[in-house]
Design a protein around this ligand. Structure first.
Ligand code: MD3
Ligand code: FE
Length: 215
């Protein structure tokens, strides 16, 4: 029996999650390898790093960016920076394949003309997680965040507009795309600790692309 690694083996589908949020299963399935090759190129110029939170914790997720600005964290706070603090140089440009995919996914969810400023690239190994949070460092509060899952599957945690709201669990697999915009833009969300596994293209890792309109 062939193990079911990801949604590449299923037809793409579209599931509304809530107003402003759509899950596009398998939307990027045909592009996973191309996207991962681009991530490797970006990581050569801007290596993944474990950033420190303002509270002094080192994040279990390793991060890098491409685009006009990149999301960074240090003891001073969170911000979007046109320069990579590790090198003092601009972030790698956003590859055309990234922009095209993000714009097509956003349009499918009803957000036309999407032109993201940043793509934050998150890398998870077994045990890495992202605690429940809101993304509120962007000036544009309506434009969607587009998320592309690559590699090992993960359980995505998705709550409401208040931290205490109930949290739903959603399994995301390689090639799945989620678009969160408009009224869904400020929902609390996170990622459960990654489980051990081996994916044919990423090995023991999960990579997530999150596109953001910052300005
Ligand atoms: C819903 N990343 O980088 S992407 C993040 O899988 C982040 O790496 C997760 O949360 C990851 O900030 C989840 C999905 C996502 C991203 C942003 C959102 C969902 C969102 C913003 C608002 C609502
Ligand atoms: Fe987030």
């Amino acid at each position: 029996m062939t193990p079911l690694f990801d949604s590449a083996s299923l037809p793409p589908s579209e599931e509304p999650l809530e107003e402003g949020a759509v899950l596009l299963r398998g939307f990027a399935a045909a592009e996973v390898q191309t996207l991962l090759e681009a991530v490797s190129q970006i990581a050569m110029a801007a290596p993944f790093r474990h950033l420190v939170t303002p509270g002094g914790y080192t994040m279990s997720v390793a991060m890098t960016n491409c685009g006009r600005v990149g999301w960074v964290s240090d003891r001073g706070g969170y911000r979007y920076d046109p320069l990579n603090p590790a090198s003092g140089t601009p972030w790698p440009a956003m590859p055309a394949a990234f922009l095209g995919l993000a714009a097509r996914a956003a349009a499918q969810a009803g957000f036309t003309g999407y032109d993201p400023d940043a793509c934050l690239i998150n890398r998870y190994v077994a045990g890495a997680k992202l605690s429940l949070h809101q993304d509120r460092d962007e000036d544009d509060a309506w434009a969607p965040i587009v998320s592309v899952s690559l590699g090992l599957p993960v359980v995505f945690l998705w709550g409401g507009k208040r931290r205490a709201d109930p949290v739903r669990r959603l399994r995301l697999e390689s090639g799945d795309v989620v678009v969160w915009g408009g009224p869904a833009r400020f929902v609390y969300h996170g990622v459960a600790p990654l489980r051990d596994g081996l994916h044919p293209l990423t090995g023991a890792m999960r990579i997530n692309l999150t596109f953001r309109k910052v300005f």
